[in-house]
Design a protein around this ligand. Sequence first.
Ligand code: GTP
Ligand code: MG
Length: 444
Amino acid sequence: MIDNRVPVERAILFGAPDPSISDELVHEHMEELRRLTDTAGGEVVSVVQQRVRSPTPSLYIGKGKAEELASAVELLKADLVIFDEELSPVQGANLEKVLGVRVMDRAELILDIFATRARSKEAKLQVELAQLEYLLPRLRRMWTHLSRIRGGIGLRGPGETQLETDRRLIRRRIADLRDKLRGVAAARATQRKSREGRFRAALVGYTNAGKSSLLAALSGADLFVEDRLFATLDSATRAVDLGGGQEALVTDTVGFIRKLPHHLVASFRSTLEEARESDVLLVVMDAAHPDREEHLAVVREVLRDLDLLDRPQALVFNQVDRLTPEELSALRTRVRAFEPYPSIFVSAVSPGGVDPLVSFLLAGALSRFERVEVEVPAADGRTMAAVYRDGEVLNQISRDGHVLLEARLPRALLGRLEKTEGVTVRPAVVSLAGVADEEAGAGG
Ligand SMILES: Nc1nc2c(ncn2[C@@H]2O[C@H](COP(=O)(O)OP(=O)(O)OP(=O)(O)O)[C@@H](O)[C@H]2O)c(=O)[nH]1
Ligand SMILES: [Mg+2]
C-alpha cells in the first residue's frame, strides 16, 4: 500500500520571554505552544528558549542566537520554527533568511488551526478574513515560500507589479468576505430576536476549560468535546431545563487563548454577539489548571477587546473533581476574598456536578420576572399569545371586552407591553385568585 499521508512537519519551538516572567509560567507557555503545534499536526523536535529583554527590530533575537538556531535546524532536519512571541513581518522575513526554513509565530499557528477546524460557513468566512488580513503585510515573504515550493523560480520572489496585483486581489477578497459576513450576521440577529424574552446565558472562557462539556451536561445535548485546543469554533445554543417550568438558553462559544490574534478576535465578533445579548456571561475556568489565574486574566482581556467586560458575569470553576477537598476549600476562600462576582464550583463529569450551575441559572431566570396585572383587550390575540409564551400566567378573568391577567412576566416583555396600545400594566398587589370571572359565568 502506498502511504500518501502528508509527512508530519518537524518543528522547533522557540520561546523568547521577557526576563520578568517566572520560570513556571514560561514552562506553561511552551507547553501550550507544544499542544498548539500538536493540534496543528506538527511534531516538536526541540524546544529552545532565551530570555529577551528588548527584541531587535531585525530578528527579534540576537544574531548569534539566530545562527545557533540555524545549526539546530540543520542538525534536527526541522522544517519549521515556531516562535511563541509575535513577530513583525520584517523579523519573520529576516529569520527565514537566516534559518533557511519557514518561520511562524503563535498567531499564525493559531490561524492555521482555526482554518483546518472551521466547519460552518460562517466560521470559514471568519477564518479566511483573519488569515488574509494577517497575510497582507507579509505578502512578499509568503510569495517566497510559493516560489520555493514551485521550484524553478528560485528565491527571486515576485516583482513589484505582481505584488501590487496580488495586494489588490486580496483587498478585494477581504471586502467581499466582510460583505458576506455582514449578511450572516443579519441572519443571526433575526434568529436571536426570536429568543427575546427568554433567559439567556453564554459560556465563555479559555480553550479546553470544559465549556462544551458543561453545556452537554446541562442540556443532555451531544456536543463535540475533545481534549484538544479549539475543539469548538461555532457557537451553539441549547435549551436547558431548570425545573419548575423554567428554562434557560445557554450558548457555547469559541475558546480564548493567550495572544489570540486580534484579526481573529475581530472576525469572530459577530459569533460572539450571542454573548453580548445574554443576561449573564458564565466565565468558565479549569479550576485544576496550574495557570488558572493567567487564563482568567487572558479571558478578561479578550472580553474587554470585545466590549463585553461590562456584562453581568459569574465565574464558573469547572473540573473540581480533579481537586482534593483541601484544594477546593482553599480555592473557595481565595475566590470569595478576591472576586466581586458570584462564583460557582462545578464538574461536568461527576453525577450532579452541574447542579450548582442549574440553581444559579434558575435564580437568574426567576429574578427577571415581575408579578403584574395586565389588562388586554380581548381582541388582541397577539399580546395574549406573547404573555402566555414568555410569562407564567397565574390567573385570568374576562370582563367588559377585556382580559385581566395576573402573571409573572419577564421585564423585557413588560417594557413592550407598556408601549402597546390598549394594554395596561400594574404591579400586582392583590391576587386575582377567587375574583369572579364573568365569562366563566361565575359572577355578574
Ligand atoms: N475531569 C474533568 N474533565 C473535564 C471536565 N469538563 C471537561 N473536561 C475535559 O476537558 C476537555 C475539554 O473539554 P471541552 O468541553 O471540549 O472544553 P471546551 O472549553 O469546550 O474547549 P474548546 O472548545 O476547545 O474551547 C475534554 O477532554 C473534557 O472531557 C470536568 O468537569 N472534569
Ligand atoms: Mg468546546
